[in-house]
Ligand binder design. Structure first.
Ligand SMILES: Cc1cc2nc3c(=O)[nH]c(=O)nc-3n(C[C@H](O)[C@H](O)[C@H](O)COP(=O)(O)O)c2cc1C
Length: 203
């Protein structure tokens, strides 16, 4: 088969996410929040369902129990197991979806702490994985400020950023019963982002 390149449209389900393997691919996603009722986790979970035939794994930041990062503590304890486990999860994925909670215009402390620890293992935390960044909040800003930060620094951290979507007024556009985004424009943006994570080898 002659390889002419990769196309992001015309998805062939068996090759969703990556052209490297033919089986469904694992697609970790996480809400960058440690809230049990995280709307960002709900958004990441829903968006992953829009990726054809992906195997999905949800990472809960609450499972990564870490002290607050400091260089002094790092000298004392080295790289904590939780940071290594998180880094390994990303390394094992074919694609990553992150949805950022916005706390006072920036990352949640839980995400930033985990990210700081992971960045000491390797600054390329996202390990060049195809990635979609999302962000949502209950208000009209849609956590756009944290999303802008994440986009602005993505190139330093090994993010192969395929799309970034902010969803405003989360509770107005999300159906809690079905777990789906129902508002047409947000749904279209998320569908396009999910599609951007899928590639197809063209014969
Ligand atoms: C400490 C704190 C600061 C917040 N700051 C912002 C903010 O700057 N912008 C915003 O849109 N929402 C802000 N919020 C509201 C969050 O968007 C809201 O709690 C949202 O549910 C967080 O996402 P999560 O449910 O995924 O954790 C803040 C919430 C908290 C607890």
């Amino acid at each position: 088969m002659e390889r002419r390149g990769l196309r992001l449209d015309q998805i062939q389900p068996s090759k969703a996410i990556s052209n490297r393997r033919e089986k469904p691919h694992e697609n970790p996603k996480f809400g960058a929040s440690n809230s049990r009722t995280s709307i960002n986790k709900a958004l990441a979970r829903f968006t992953a369902t829009l990726v054809p035939r992906a195997e999905i794994e949800v990472l809960d930041l609450g499972d990564y129990d870490l002290s607050i990062f400091s260089e002094d503590l790092e000298k004392e304890i080295g790289q904590p197991a939780a940071a290594k486990a998180f880094f390994k999860k990303i390394g094992a994925a074919d694609a990553v979806i992150v949805s950022f909670a916005e706390h006072n215009g920036s990352y949640s402390a839980a995400y930033k702490n985990l990210f700081d620890w992971a960045s000491r293992i390797n600054q390329k935390v996202f390990q060049d994985k195809p990635t979609v960044f999302l962000a949502t909040s209950p208000g009209p800003g849609g956590a756009g400020s944290v999303l802008a930060s994440a986009k602005g620094s993505a190139r330093f951290f090994g993010v192969d950023l395929k799309a970034a979507v902010s969803v405003a007024n989360f509770y107005d556009v999300f159906d809690a019963e079905t777990g789906r985004i129902t508002e047409a424009s947000a749904l279209a943006d998320l569908t396009a982002a999910a599609k951007a994570l899928t590639v197809r080898e063209v014969a």
